[in-house]
Design a protein around this ligand. Structure first.
Ligand code: ADP
Ligand code: MG
Length: 394
């Protein structure tokens, strides 16, 4: 089985369907508030235009409940894309139908059309055969560049590929597979994984799979609380997944058997709540009853940074604390700085909030690869077969 890339497909003059991820955040008055995802798609779109393809873009946006809803129209996205490309982008009035067919059949070589929000039909997420066939009927060739949706089997990511034998990955998808794939292959050591964020249950699959690959694992965020409690710690009012204590215990046992260091926080920044104004640094195993651990403490941050400084391969998912709130952002920022400073190391960051934290730190350009896939990058590292990728194999 092999998967082609867009540069291996003969797209000149052909009708090219490109599944992109334009699921961008909007402002209350319906403007694009962050165009990162549109920008990430530009290399593939520009490549297709330059090759003289007739480009048909398709994406979902938000959760419009399977029916047209003006709030979720791709109109502001089409406008922003037209600005970025400095070219006309024709938005269809619905994802499939007579209007869409007309727009697509009038497309000239090098011109760009955008289908209206795919989730205006319930058939998209249902991976419906008829809907898939309708989408496929607009094009000769299919390219998927929406890595963030590759873990979903929908009509535009999977169903459509049954009707278009000519298919492959876009440039962004290719980059994601290349860098995330490196982490699953022979890597330079030490290989350090930094895992944080909200829940053990979200990440246990990745933790398990990475355990067999990394040399050290640094655990922070609310997730660390569950591990600390599993080791007998007093966690006060911290977020703890009580029903995951046994899972955490068995994970720590497995790590010990394999000789993998799992480093948990030694100190924590604690407060009565996110809005509380008195913030204290306390021992992570002895959080006072009335407080919650909301960030890793300075000693932990230094220790983690030392380990990161020696790493040759780094994967980071999940913030170290409630980074959205300034008093609890220092731990996450310290990690971002350490990862950015790890000269010569391959560094990959994945996960919606971790990526947001790295962007906020202004250090994004010092990281080898920032994954655009939240759930998709985690499933990739769990070595689950992503349906959107499997569907591209020929
Ligand atoms: P990602 O999107 O990078 O995979 P997650 O979604 O798993 O990350 O977790 C991010 C969330 O975890 C953030 O909203 C952050 O505020 C929260 N969080 C991190 N540490 C803590 C903590 N100690 N207590 C409560 N929430 C936390
Ligand atoms: Mg998240």
């Amino acid at each position: 089985m092999a998967t082609k890339t867009i540069s291996e497909l003969d797209i000149a003059g052909r009708r090219l369907f490109v599944r992109v991820d334009f699921n961008v955040p909007l402002t209350p008055d319906g403007k694009v508030s962050d165009d990162t995802r549109i920008r990430e798609s530009l290399p593939t779109i520009r490549f297709a235009i330059e090759k003289g393809a007739r480009v048909i873009l398709a994406s979902h946006l938000g959760r419009p409940k399977g029916k047209p809803d003006k709030k979720f129209s791709l109109e502001p996205v089409a406008a922003r894309l037209a600005e970025l490309l400095d070219a006309e982008v024709t938005l269809t009035d619905e994802p499939v139908g007579d209007g869409a067919r007309k727009v697509v059949s009038d497309l000239r070589a090098g011109a760009v059309a955008l289908l209206e929000n795919l989730r205006f039909s319930p058939l998209e997420e249902a991976n419906d055969e008829g809907f898939s066939r309708a989408l496929a009927s607009y094009a000769d060739i299919y390219v998927n560049d929406a890595f963030g949706s590759a873990h979903r089997a929908h009509a535009s990511t999977v169903g459509i590929t049954r009707f278009l034998a000519n298919k492959g990955m876009g440039l962004l998808m290719e980059r994601e597979v290349k860098f995330l794939g490196k982490l699953l292959g022979e890597v330079e050591r030490p290989f350090v994984a930094i895992i944080g964020g909200a829940k053990v249950s979200d990440k246990i699959g990745v933790l398990d799979n990475l355990l067999g690959r990394v040399d050290q694992m640094l655990v922070g965020g609310a997730m660390a609380n569950t591990f600390l409690k599993a080791k007998g710690g007093q966690l006060g009012r911290s977020l703890v997944e009580e029903d995951k204590l046994a899972l955490a215990r068995s994970f720590l046992r497995k790590a010990e058997e394999r000789g993998i260091d799992v480093l948990l926080p030694r100190d924590a920044v604690a407060a009565a709540g996110i809005k509380a104004d008195s913030v204290r640094v306390v021992q992570s195993m002895a959080i006072p009853e009335e407080l919650a651990a909301l960030d890793i403490g300075p000693e932990t941050a230094r220790g983690f940074a030392d380990t990161i400084a020696r790493a040759k391969t780094i994967f980071w998912n999940g913030p170290m604390g409630v980074f959205e709130s300034a008093p609890f952002a220092a731990g996450t920022l310290a990690i971002a700085k350490a990862v950015a400073a790890a000269a010569g190391a391959l560094s990959v960051v994945g996960g919606g909030d971790s990526v947001a934290a790295v962007q906020k730190s202004g250090l994004a350009d010092k990281i080898t690869h920032i994954s655009t896939g939240g759930g998709a990058s985690l499933e990739f590292l769990e070595e689950k077969k992503l349906p959107g990728l499997a569907a591209l194999e020929t």
